[in-house]
Design a protein around this ligand. Structure first.
Ligand SMILES: [Zn+2]
Ligand SMILES: [Zn+2]
Length: 140
């Protein structure tokens, strides 16, 4: 019989919030990598490496995704949109597919050299939606 408690690796450490251990601040953190960790219970967590630009210290540990998204938002990529692991996140939450976008597609009437490939791509879009109402159209 295997005791599951014995096989602990570093990724089993509980996620903790991002902050600089030297200055105690999270204001000057620069995220370097975000990686998925093995499936886990509870809140979504990821493995992050980051550096404090004030202290030039770097850190690596697992962190709640919500905290990572907060740091990303603060460091000013603006939209709050984040792509990670094949999913899109907004407000720190994975965005869900909205019901398929059944909007009308207006085919160009005057253009003679309509590119069928482009039109095809345009038709095959799906819409993902955040619970805050943010929507984004994705090519399939
Ligand atoms: Zn620092
Ligand atoms: Zn949102």
């Amino acid at each position: 019989m295997k005791n599951p408690l014995v096989s602990g690796g570093v990724s089993h450490l509980p996620p903790k919030a991002l902050s600089c251990g030297r200055c105690g601040s999270a204001d000057r953190l620069k995220l370097e990598t975000i990686e998925s960790i093995e499936p886990h219970a509870g809140e979504l967590a990821v493995w992050v490496t980051y550096a404090c630009q004030g202290c030039e210290a770097s850190y690596a540990h697992s962190a709640p995704f919500r905290d990572v998204a907060a740091v990303l938002n603060r460091s000013g990529n603006g939209s709050g949109l984040l792509q990670f692991g094949g999913q899109y996140f907004h407000c720190g939450e994975p965005m869900a597919f909205a019901e398929s976008s059944a909007r009308n597609v207006y085919a160009p009437m005057t253009t003679e050299d309509v590119d069928d490939g482009l039109l095809d791509v345009y038709l095959k879009t799906r819409v993902i939606q955040c619970r805050c109402g943010f929507r984004m159209e994705l090519p399939v």
